[in-house]
Design a protein. Structure first.
Length: 263
């Protein structure tokens, strides 16, 4: 995907929300749901969560003043995230070019089941240091393209990703081996924990114009197609945000965006 992609921006978003629901990573295909072994789903819970404010340190694709800003928490070795990354690229191809939607990526490595993901995330930050936000997104595209997921990627291939996207291999390896971005990854992770993220992918949609009660009802009705014992959609009381858990298909993400933009 060609950028407009990739630039860091400060986006003024005050994000303290209540009544959102989060669950473990869920991928739906042919009406079947598969969840990652950890963490345990929360079913039907209403919880107060706080999503850390978007700053210039975030990696943003698209228009920082977009009507819909999607904040995704993801893990590079999560197979659901691999699938969802392709979906998000499709969404940005359709909506990013006209400036209506923006995508923010935050790291949420699930260490207990994906021991390599944290180091791979550090590699993404090294790519950003050496080549700017364009190279951050190029790195993310490439790693999701080549990893078999579930810790199947040989970490020796991570420096080759840097070469593939046009970065200096030696400089990249020096950055990666230094561990200088370990604290950045942990900060993203802890921010996700505060936001109630329990699995990946997990995405918060922030709307410039809050959803009306009618729009909220539209989404609630649409997502009722999923099993009632696995709630995957949360809408804040004031309608300013929607949170989804799992690698939902393109049609579902499109429905959320179209509903918000149609107001």
């Amino acid at each position: 995907m060609e950028p407009e992609k990739k630039n860091n921006f400060a986006v003024p978003i005050a994000i303290i929300i209540a009544g959102a629901f989060v669950a473990g990573a869920i991928f739906y295909s042919n009406n079947n749901a598969t969840t990652t072994p950890q963490p345990t789903d929360i079913k039907g819970a209403e919880i107060a969560i706080e999503v850390p404010e978007v700053t210039s340190a975030d990696h943003l694709l698209g228009n920082p003043n977009a009507s819909v800003v999607m904040i995704e928490y993801s893990d590079t070795e999560c197979p659901f995230c691999k699938n969802f990354h392709a979906t998000m690229n499709q969404i940005m191809d359709a909506y990013g070019k006209n400036g209506k939607v923006a995508w923010i990526y935050r790291h949420f490595p699930l260490d207990q089941i994906h021991s390599k993901a944290r180091k791979e995330a550090e590699g993404a930050e090294c790519a950003a240091e050496l080549g700017g936000n364009d190279k951050f997104w190029a790195y993310m595209d490439r790693i999701f393209e080549i990893t078999p997921s579930n810790d199947g990627l040989d970490l020796k291939l991570v420096p080759q990703i840097a070469v593939d996207i046009g970065l200096d291999k030696t400089a990249f390896e020096q950055c990666l081996n230094s561990g200088k971005y370990a604290s950045r990854i942990e900060s993203d992770f802890q921010g996700g924990v505060k936001a109630g993220v329990r699995g990946t992918p997990n995405t918060v949609f922030v709307f410039k114009k809050p959803l009306s009660k009618e729009a909220q009802g539209t989404l609630t009705a649409y997502f009722s197609k999923y099993p009632s014992n696995q709630q995957i959609l949360g809408i804040t009381k004031e309608g300013s945000m929607v949170q989804i858990s799992g690698a939902l298909p393109h049609a579902d993400i499109k429905t959320i965006i179209d509903t918000a933009l149609a107001q």
